[in-house]
Design a protein around this ligand. Structure first.
Ligand SMILES: [Zn+2]
Length: 472
């Protein structure tokens, strides 16, 4: 629980849960807690194993103290993984195979007795026990001021608990990848994820992270209408209510209670604003975290959406291509025509200068052989290949024009690499973005160092990190 396990160390045991765990823990470090099976059906443990849900809060208990709390991000039954991580109990020959994937872990020490007494439980607590949300709320005061409850952030006024504002890139990506745990019907409506991608677009264009409700109405609602589920009515419920359960988002300037829905008129009058939390916004201003966040949102929630159009609409058009918005046709040296898969976007001719000597150097080192497929394309008098920047030179990627940021590719793989259809994993395997299937290993040359940070950036754009624990 404290350190987590590296998923890559357990690839052999994870099996069918590889994709799910990688989605929940995009940085590859998983916090897991397991329970052994129970033979009985009606006891507290059996009920808890049966009825617990993703999104539930978990309190950990030891020696008459509550010592930590966490939130359930995923539930899996995986005996092989449990055995690999924790071994087998020698006495019973059982293992902790009912596994919770946990996030928002906070450690503390709070005496358990008053809380257990209030819940009519007799200490010491010996088994997994489920407490209904109503009971949890009723006895919240006993924990108030001691720990922040899962998914709740102390408000500025009256909240005695310290804010848990130490969000890292992994936490951010985890929260983005598990929106459906907080936002009702997210998989179907896409309202939460659309609100977030719109908010990231605002950050990129230099606007404030917070916006009043009339801005949401005039700017976000058309996007929800166009790209959200057609059978769900659009309202301010998402930006002003559901999203703020997940640690990414906040609503400020109102004394609302959860059961109140804010009317537009009332919220404008009271000056209520909503937007990304300060910590989330700070992370999303960093290029690598932002590229990963956009790639993750696109691959997790926008599978049925015209992503290029959506990104364009929210001011993130450059993220639909690895080469960036400004690089345009010039990225393809050696011929005049555009190799862009779609010519919908008007690309201005302000491409950054690229160093032709580096282009020639990378082609020469690889003797025009594609680093993905090995093809050397013959022309009448010589051979043909293309130099591809891994992290695009153009805006918004702003990659460097260096040999360590170049690949030698055939035209087909250059198009696929630029349109984010393929990416390179941590072990230099080339994989398809849509399903993670390996199409080969990147061919390397000893004199051609490749900067792994640029590869990681491109992989983030492709949403490729969710596959990197999968072997095929
Ligand atoms: Zn190729």
């Amino acid at each position: 629980m404290r350190k987590g396990i590296r998923l890559s160390d357990y690839e052999h045991a994870i099996g069918e849960h590889a994709v799910e765990l990688k989605r929940i823990f995009p940085d590859g470090v998983a916090r897991l807690w397991g329970s052994t099976p129970t033979q009985q059906t009606g006891n507290a443990k059996a009920v808890a194993l049966r009825d617990r849900k993703v999104g539930d809060e978990v309190l950990f208990y030891a020696q008459n103290m509550f010592i930590a709390r966490a939130r359930i991000l995923g539930l899996l039954h995986n005996r092989d993984l449990a055995e690999a991580v924790w071994g087998v109990d020698e006495e019973t020959q059982s293992t902790w195979e009912y596994i919770m994937a946990l996030g928002d872990v906070v450690e503390f020490e709070v005496p358990a007795e008053p809380i257990l007494t209030a819940l009519a439980m007799t200490p010491p607590l010996r088994s997994l026990t489920l407490v209904r949300a109503a009971e949890r709320r009723r006895h919240l005061s006993l924990l108030d001021g001691r720990i922040p409850a899962a998914g709740e952030r102390p408000s500025g006024e009256g909240g005695a608990a310290a804010p848990t504002d130490s969000m890292g890139r992994g936490d951010l990506l985890r929260a983005l990848g598990t929106l459906d745990a907080d936002v009702p019907d997210e998989r179907r409506t896409r309202h939460g994820s659309l609100t977030l991608i719109w908010a990231i677009g605002r950050l990129v264009s230099g606007q404030d992270r917070l916006a009043p409700s009339d801005v949401y109405q005039s700017q976000l609602e058309p996007i929800l209408q166009e790209f959200g589920s057609p059978d769900v009515s659009v309202s301010l419920e998402y930006p002003f209510r559901h999203l703020s359960d997940g640690g990414l988002w906040e609503v400020v300037g109102t004394e609302r209670s959860d059961s109140d829905l804010l009317s537009l008129a009332a919220s404008v009058e009271s000056g209520t604003q909503a937007g990304l939390r300060r910590e989330a916004a700070r992370l999303l201003r960093q290029p690598l975290a932002r590229a990963e966040a956009i790639g993750l949102l696109c691959t997790t929630y926008f599978g049925d959406v015209d992503q290029e159009e959506l990104l364009e609409r929210v001011g993130l058009g450059g993220y639909a291509h690895a080469s960036g918005a400004d690089e345009g046709d010039g990225e393809r040296d050696g011929r005049g025509g555009s190799a862009r898969a779609k010519g919908r976007r008007q690309v201005t001719a302000s491409r950054p200068d690229r160093d032709q000597r580096l282009v020639n150097r990378v082609k020469l080192l690889h003797q025009h052989q594609c680093q993905v497929c090995g093809l050397r394309l013959e022309t009448r008098f010589s051979n043909y290949s293309e130099a591809a920047h891994i992290r695009g030179l153009g805006s918004p990627h702003d990659g460097p024009d260096e040999l360590t940021n170049l690949l030698c590719l055939c035209p087909n793989h250059h198009v696929q690499f630029d349109t984010l259809a393929i990416f390179i994993d941590e072990h230099w395997n080339v994989r398809r973005s849509k399903d993670g299937a390996s199409i080969g290993t990147l061919r390397r040359h000893p004199e051609h160092d490749i900067d792994e940070q640029h590869v990681e950036y491109h992989r983030g754009l492709c949403g490729g990190n969710r596959f990197s624990a999968v072997r095929s």
